[in-house]
Write a protein that binds this ligand. Structure first.
Ligand SMILES: Cc1cc2nc3c(=O)[nH]c(=O)nc-3n(C[C@H](O)[C@H](O)[C@H](O)COP(=O)(O)OP(=O)(O)OC[C@H]3O[C@@H](n4cnc5c(N)ncnc54)[C@H](O)[C@@H]3O)c2cc1C
Length: 347
């Protein structure tokens, strides 16, 4: 019986009003809006949300601390409750089709879509320091709003590298008095930045970081190339953010460098509309700073906009069809007005 349920939810139809690529917060909330608008919608999801290594989702009203996998499981159930489908799969390419798009999956399946919502998120490209990757999302962090409270009052290190490193140090200084800035391969901050770090009591350590020291599955310190170990309980990094949007190349839709210098993004307007008609984007793929709440909100906005766009198209088609129909009420009224003018009343 259980196998039957899985089989039914996994089967892809030939075509949908909307194919949502990516089933994180953005994609699922978009699909929820569309399914509730009685749109046929499928979410195709590769199953690796950005925050998978994190223990809980923080800063999300009414769901603070919920494990990321549980939040998404609830989201999938909500989409399915309204008839939306959520199917496991990786989209490999998208091409134009007369009625919209043909979406090709890596496993060879294809599906047609009138509209596309891209919600594939991003990948954090981590600094290449031995021992760092294994601790990502636990005591190697990037965001004060996601896990800053959890490391409050701890010995925090900030690894320079990204354009926001000094800003990150100042934000984490709000959460702990003990913040050390590791220059690593970047030049020592100078001018205004050096003044800010000094004024806020952030210690600056020069020299390349060689590895992280770990004891009992906890970060213990940062080891410099000269062998010095600086004891730290958490390390903040600034990953380069790379979007997962290569499958859109066939549509001529390519990521651009984000103005912050933190990586790439897929440009879109405030409603999620991209430069390619019929393609919307929401969440981290278009806004690298969006947390879960903002990603979900953007997905909901894009879903509503896509529905409105389809309604407009269907209304245009209905008006055209009514005008073309020889004996429709509208064409009768037009003919009557043309022939009898104001005297038509009573006919
Ligand atoms: C370590 C860490 C901790 C975090 N903690 C928090 C926190 O506490 N609170 C908070 O608000 N935010 C947190 N965030 C940020 C959070 O991860 C993002 O805000 C959120 O994941 C963005 O949602 P999204 O839907 O845009 O993308 P994602 O959640 O990344 O979802 C995108 C989905 O698309 C799928 N996908 C990608 N490419 C394809 C493809 N070609 N075909 C099909 N599917 C595809 C992926 O597998 C994934 O399932 C954290 C981030 C990190 C890195």
């Amino acid at each position: 019986m259980a196998a039957e349920v899985v089989e039914m939810t996994e089967r892809l139809g030939d075509g949908y009003d909307v194919v949502v690529v990516g089933g994180g917060a953005a994609g699922l909330n978009g699909a929820l809006m569309l399914a509730r608008s009685r749109r046929s919608v499928v979410v195709l999801d590769a199953g690796s949300p950005r925050n998978a290594p994190a223990e809980g989702v923080h800063g999300l009203l009414a769901r603070d601390g919920m494990p990321p996998a549980e939040l998404l499981e609830r989201g999938r159930a909500e989409v399915r409750r309204y008839g939306g489908q959520v199917v496991a799969g990786t989209v490999a390419e998208v091409a134009r089709d007369s009625g919209g798009f043909i979406v090709g999956l890596a496993d060879g399946r294809t599906v047609r879509a009138r509209r596309l919502l891209v919600a594939t998120g991003l990948v954090d490209e981590l600094p290449d320091v031995p021992g760092l990757r294994e601790r990502w999302g636990r005591d190697v962090l990037h965001c004060p709003y996601c896990h800053g409270w959890e490391v409050r009052d701890q010995a925090v290190g900030v690894l320079a590298g990204g354009p926001m490193s000094v800003h990150q140090a100042l934000l984490f200084r709000q959460l702990s008095d003990d913040v050390t800035f590791f220059c690593h391969t970047a030049p020592r901050p100078s001018g205004e930045q050096a003044e800010q770090l000094a004024a806020r009591g952030v210690r600056v350590v020069e020299g390349e970081v060689a590895a992280l020291e770990v004891a009992g599955d906890r970060l213990a310190g940062v080891r410099l190339a000269d062998g010095t170990v600086v004891a730290r309980e958490a390390l903040v990094v600034g990953p380069r953010m790379a979007v997962r949007a290569g499958f859109l190349a066939g549509l001529g839709l390519r990521p651009a460098e984000h103005p912050s210098g933190a990586g790439e993004y897929l440009p879109s307007d405030a409603a999620g509309r991209t430069d390619v008609p019929g393609v919307w984007a929401a969440g981290n793929v278009t806004d690298p700073s969006a947390q879960v709440g903002a990603a979900a909100a953007a997905g909901a906005m894009a879903g509503a906009q896509i529905n409105a766009d389809l309604v407009a198209e269907e209304t245009r088609d209905a008006v055209d069809a009514a005008r073309r129909a020889p004996f429709s009420a509208e064409s009768e009224a037009r003919a009557c007005e043309a022939v009898a003018g104001d005297g038509r009343h009573g006919f």
